[in-house]
Design a protein around this ligand. Structure first.
Ligand code: NI
Length: 174
Protein backbone atom coordinates (compact mmCIF):
# COMPACT_ATOMS: atom_id res chain seq x y z
CA UNK A 1 0.00 0.00 0.00
CA UNK A 2 1.34 3.42 -0.96
CA UNK A 3 1.64 5.88 1.94
CA UNK A 4 1.52 9.67 1.82
CA UNK A 5 4.97 11.28 2.02
CA UNK A 6 5.45 14.07 4.57
CA UNK A 7 6.69 17.37 3.24
CA UNK A 8 9.29 19.60 4.89
CA UNK A 9 8.85 21.47 7.21
CA UNK A 10 7.33 18.88 9.55
CA UNK A 11 8.42 18.14 13.13
CA UNK A 12 8.28 14.38 12.41
CA UNK A 13 11.11 14.82 9.90
CA UNK A 14 13.33 16.36 12.58
CA UNK A 15 13.01 13.57 15.15
CA UNK A 16 15.50 10.78 15.81
CA UNK A 17 13.93 7.42 14.91
CA UNK A 18 13.99 4.43 17.28
CA UNK A 19 15.87 1.21 16.54
CA UNK A 20 13.85 -1.96 16.06
CA UNK A 21 14.20 -4.77 18.59
CA UNK A 22 12.79 -7.70 16.62
CA UNK A 23 11.66 -8.24 13.06
CA UNK A 24 7.92 -8.81 12.71
CA UNK A 25 5.37 -9.18 9.93
CA UNK A 26 4.23 -5.62 10.66
CA UNK A 27 7.75 -4.33 10.03
CA UNK A 28 8.12 -6.42 6.87
CA UNK A 29 4.85 -5.04 5.54
CA UNK A 30 6.00 -1.51 6.46
CA UNK A 31 9.12 -2.13 4.33
CA UNK A 32 6.91 -3.34 1.44
CA UNK A 33 4.74 -0.21 1.72
CA UNK A 34 7.82 1.99 1.71
CA UNK A 35 9.27 0.32 -1.39
CA UNK A 36 5.93 0.71 -3.18
CA UNK A 37 5.77 4.36 -2.11
CA UNK A 38 9.38 4.97 -3.21
CA UNK A 39 9.01 3.35 -6.65
CA UNK A 40 5.65 5.09 -7.13
CA UNK A 41 7.01 8.56 -6.36
CA UNK A 42 9.35 7.77 -8.23
CA UNK A 43 12.43 7.91 -6.03
CA UNK A 44 15.60 5.98 -5.25
CA UNK A 45 15.37 6.04 -1.46
CA UNK A 46 12.89 6.56 1.37
CA UNK A 47 13.19 6.59 5.16
CA UNK A 48 10.39 5.64 7.58
CA UNK A 49 10.15 9.14 9.16
CA UNK A 50 9.15 10.44 5.72
CA UNK A 51 5.87 8.54 6.06
CA UNK A 52 5.54 9.57 9.70
CA UNK A 53 6.93 6.37 11.24
CA UNK A 54 9.68 6.85 13.83
CA UNK A 55 11.47 3.56 13.12
CA UNK A 56 15.03 3.02 11.92
CA UNK A 57 14.12 1.62 8.52
CA UNK A 58 15.19 2.81 5.08
CA UNK A 59 14.55 1.44 1.61
CA UNK A 60 16.54 2.16 -1.52
CA UNK A 61 17.23 1.08 -5.06
CA UNK A 62 19.84 3.13 -6.90
CA UNK A 63 20.09 0.93 -10.01
CA UNK A 64 19.20 3.38 -12.75
CA UNK A 65 19.06 3.31 -16.51
CA UNK A 66 17.12 1.31 -19.05
CA UNK A 67 18.78 -2.08 -18.58
CA UNK A 68 19.21 -1.79 -14.83
CA UNK A 69 18.22 -4.84 -12.82
CA UNK A 70 16.19 -3.61 -9.83
CA UNK A 71 17.80 -4.10 -6.44
CA UNK A 72 15.23 -3.22 -3.79
CA UNK A 73 16.93 -3.07 -0.40
CA UNK A 74 15.21 -2.68 2.98
CA UNK A 75 17.61 -1.90 5.81
CA UNK A 76 16.56 -2.10 9.44
CA UNK A 77 18.83 -0.35 11.99
CA UNK A 78 21.30 0.72 9.29
CA UNK A 79 24.59 2.04 10.61
CA UNK A 80 27.56 3.65 8.95
CA UNK A 81 30.58 1.66 10.13
CA UNK A 82 33.27 3.27 7.95
CA UNK A 83 33.63 6.15 5.48
CA UNK A 84 36.26 6.96 2.87
CA UNK A 85 38.50 10.02 3.21
CA UNK A 86 37.72 10.83 -0.39
CA UNK A 87 34.65 13.01 -0.81
CA UNK A 88 32.36 13.40 -3.77
CA UNK A 89 29.65 15.86 -4.63
CA UNK A 90 26.23 14.90 -5.91
CA UNK A 91 23.22 17.02 -6.70
CA UNK A 92 20.73 15.69 -4.15
CA UNK A 93 16.99 15.87 -3.93
CA UNK A 94 14.43 14.49 -1.49
CA UNK A 95 10.85 13.25 -1.81
CA UNK A 96 10.00 15.42 1.22
CA UNK A 97 11.40 18.53 -0.53
CA UNK A 98 10.08 18.12 -4.10
CA UNK A 99 11.66 19.93 -7.04
CA UNK A 100 14.58 21.30 -5.00
CA UNK A 101 18.09 20.11 -5.78
CA UNK A 102 21.46 21.12 -4.37
CA UNK A 103 25.05 19.91 -4.33
CA UNK A 104 26.06 18.05 -1.17
CA UNK A 105 29.54 16.77 -0.41
CA UNK A 106 29.82 13.41 1.36
CA UNK A 107 32.31 10.53 1.65
CA UNK A 108 32.39 8.83 -1.74
CA UNK A 109 32.44 5.33 -0.20
CA UNK A 110 30.66 4.14 2.88
CA UNK A 111 30.42 0.79 4.67
CA UNK A 112 27.01 0.14 6.17
CA UNK A 113 25.70 -2.63 8.42
CA UNK A 114 22.01 -3.46 8.67
CA UNK A 115 19.45 -6.15 9.41
CA UNK A 116 17.47 -7.50 6.48
CA UNK A 117 13.77 -8.42 6.55
CA UNK A 118 14.64 -11.78 8.12
CA UNK A 119 16.76 -10.22 10.84
CA UNK A 120 20.02 -11.32 9.21
CA UNK A 121 23.00 -8.99 9.65
CA UNK A 122 24.63 -7.61 6.50
CA UNK A 123 27.62 -5.40 5.86
CA UNK A 124 28.48 -3.90 2.50
CA UNK A 125 30.58 -1.10 1.07
CA UNK A 126 28.76 1.22 -1.31
CA UNK A 127 30.12 3.70 -3.82
CA UNK A 128 28.75 6.14 -6.35
CA UNK A 129 25.06 7.00 -6.18
CA UNK A 130 24.44 4.17 -3.68
CA UNK A 131 26.89 5.74 -1.21
CA UNK A 132 25.22 9.15 -1.46
CA UNK A 133 21.72 7.73 -1.20
CA UNK A 134 22.36 5.45 1.77
CA UNK A 135 23.96 8.34 3.71
CA UNK A 136 21.07 10.65 2.81
CA UNK A 137 18.52 8.07 4.02
CA UNK A 138 20.37 7.25 7.26
CA UNK A 139 20.49 11.01 7.94
CA UNK A 140 16.67 11.00 7.84
CA UNK A 141 16.70 8.54 10.76
CA UNK A 142 18.62 11.15 12.76
CA UNK A 143 16.24 13.97 11.82
CA UNK A 144 18.66 15.42 9.31
CA UNK A 145 17.78 16.63 5.82
CA UNK A 146 20.12 17.30 2.91
CA UNK A 147 19.33 21.01 3.13
CA UNK A 148 20.94 21.00 6.58
CA UNK A 149 24.28 20.80 4.74
CA UNK A 150 23.58 24.04 2.87
CA UNK A 151 24.35 27.56 3.97
CA UNK A 152 21.68 28.92 6.40
CA UNK A 153 20.46 31.55 3.93
CA UNK A 154 19.87 28.96 1.20
CA UNK A 155 18.21 26.61 3.68
CA UNK A 156 15.86 29.34 4.92
CA UNK A 157 14.95 30.23 1.35
CA UNK A 158 14.04 26.60 0.61
CA UNK A 159 12.05 26.25 3.82
CA UNK A 160 10.08 29.43 3.02
CA UNK A 161 9.34 28.09 -0.45
CA UNK A 162 8.20 24.76 0.99
CA UNK A 163 5.99 26.42 3.62
CA UNK A 164 4.28 28.34 0.84
CA UNK A 165 3.87 25.17 -1.25
CA UNK A 166 2.31 23.33 1.70
CA UNK A 167 -0.12 26.20 2.27
CA UNK A 168 -1.16 26.06 -1.38
CA UNK A 169 -1.59 22.26 -1.27
CA UNK A 170 -3.69 22.54 1.90
CA UNK A 171 -5.89 25.18 0.21
CA UNK A 172 -6.38 22.93 -2.82
CA UNK A 173 -7.49 20.09 -0.59
CA UNK A 174 -9.92 22.25 1.42
NI1 NI B 1 15.29 12.44 1.53
Amino acid sequence: MKRPILLHPDPRLKKRADPIADLSDDLRSLADDMLETMYGAPGIGLAAPQIGVGTRLIVLDCEKGENAVPRPLAMFNPEVVAVSDVLSTYEEGCLSIPDIYADVERPSEVTVSWLDRDGKLHEETFGGLWATCVQHEIDHLDGKLFIDYLRPLKRQMITRKMTKLKRELAREKA
